[in-house]
Design a protein. Structure first.
Length: 59
């Protein structure tokens, strides 16, 4: 729980070998951009609430 709390207090915090919330947000935004530029007719993207909140805050 300690590391989880720290990650929400500091979005650049990460445990050894892990990703910070900012790292995840950047990775997901790159993926969403690729999907938006693709020729998929009706793409489907699923995610959990924390990730959705992070991405919505970035757009």
């Amino acid at each position: 729980m300690h590391h989880l709390r720290l990650s929400f207090e500091n979005w650049d915090y990460k445990i050894d070998g892990g990703e910070s919330l900012n790292d995840i947000k950047r990775r997901v935004l790159r993926a969403l951009k690729k999907i938006a530029q693709s020729d998929f007719e009706r793409p489907i993207v699923t995610a959990h609430g924390n990730l959705i909140a992070a991405v919505l805050g970035a757009i």
